[in-house]
Ligand binder design. Structure first.
Ligand SMILES: [Zn+2]
Length: 363
């Protein structure tokens, strides 16, 4: 069984939008109340409350707060989010970091509610609409069928738009392809280079989208804090961000689809994206969104029954396929081995090395 998330656009009416905003607002209020309770317990009594402590009192808390979040399981999910926040906090403390104490969330930033078991508070009706408890039946654009068992439903607000995410379970399809493997190197000038020499370029829209983003960012900076004009400018900026995200995601999906259709085994670099993004490669790495792409590639591969292997990329930019060291600085884009005479583009050689490393791992 594979888990994946299917996302559909929602088209609520004016009244439904108000009701949705209200549900999110109530969830946010509950979130903050639960957070407050944990802070107080910790601060004044030195007690660390658990999810179960809070869930056991949920009925009372809801009554006490006049909580208007319609669905009970949805309220439990809010407590689970608080729990997750605190667990992450304590984990960081334990690692010796000094994280900020979990903070209250603003009503404007609390952007989703989750119904943890499908059918309880959220369900697709035979008329094709999505029923949400406390809101009603919302028009949903089912642009592709959901042919799997739905586990959870999350309703999201993004830049004034609404969508529903269904997490589903699917059975992986049997693999009928011939065995063929490929190594992929994250390109510096291009998006990626394959071990067969194919160069996948970054999409051309990227520069334009970035220019647009900068304009939107400057507009926000010019508007007065708290003004109506600023709120509007922020919404436009969010929309510009969303556009970039969507276009990038589409590009990633397309590349991933082509790869899993052709190859049964795919070797990729096991990149420490977080570490890399901080360093000198920052721009190209975050731009290309390599981490997001790998996630999509893994999901698609799991669906298609092909395998993605991560290999340790250590040295793949400094050695030759023959094993001889060929030191290169970042600006040196061509690989020329004095030992075996191999002369190829730098990223192509890296992709070949990744494939080689992968093959040795598999066998
Ligand atoms: Zn060589």
């Amino acid at each position: 069984m594979q888990k994946k998330t299917l996302r559909y656009r929602l088209y609520p009416t004016g009244n439904q939008t108000q009701a949705l905003d209200h549900q999110l607002g109530e969830a946010c209020r509950l979130y903050n109340a639960a957070l407050q309770e944990r802070r107080d317990a910790y601060q004044y009594a030195g007690i660390s409350l658990s999810y179960y402590d809070q869930a056991n009192q949920l009925k009372e808390i809801r009554a006490l707060n006049g909580c208007d979040l319609a669905n009970f399981s949805c309220s439990q999910d809010v407590l689970r989010r608080v729990d997750k926040t605190f667990k992450a906090f304590f984990a960081r403390v334990q690692r010796g970091e000094t994280p900020g104490y979990p903070r209250f969330k603003s009503r404007f930033r609390y952007d989703s509610i989750t119904f943890p078991s499908y059918g309880d508070g959220a369900r697709l009706r035979p008329n094709g609409k999505l029923y949400i408890q406390g809101v009603g039946e919302i028009k949903v654009k089912l642009h592709r069928p959901i042919a799997c068992r739905i586990k959870t439903v999350t309703v999201k607000r993004e830049a004034g738009r609404w969508s529903a995410c269904f997490s589903v379970e699917t059975a992986g399809a049997p693999d009928t392809r011939m065995y063929e493997d490929i190594g992929i190197d994250m390109g510096l000038e291009s998006f990626a280079v394959l071990s067969d020499g194919t160069v996948i370029d970054n999409p051309r829209w990227y520069r334009q989208a970035h220019a647009k983003l900068r304009v939107a960012q400057r507009r926000v900076a010019r508007r007065k804090r708290g003004s109506k004009g600023r709120r509007k400018a922020v919404e436009l900026l969010q929309r510009a961000h969303e556009q970039v995200r969507n276009t990038r995601r589409d590009f990633h999906h397309k590349v991933a689809r082509e790869l899993v259709e052709r190859y049964s085994v795919i070797f990729v670099e096991n990149l420490n994206i977080k570490g890399l993004a901080r360093g000198r490669l920052a721009k190209s790495v975050t731009d290309a969104g390599w981490g997001g792409f790998l996630q999509i590639l893994r999901d698609k591969a799991a669906e298609a029954g092909c395998v993605v292997w991560s290999v340790n990329p250590c040295g793949t930019s400094q050695t030759c396929t023959c094993g001889a060291p060929v030191p290169k600085t970042l600006s040196q884009r061509w690989h020329k081995c004095l030992a075996c005479g191999l002369s190829l583009a730098r990223d192509h050689v890296s992709a070949l090395l990744i494939q080689g490393l992968g093959r040795s791992l598999v066998s």
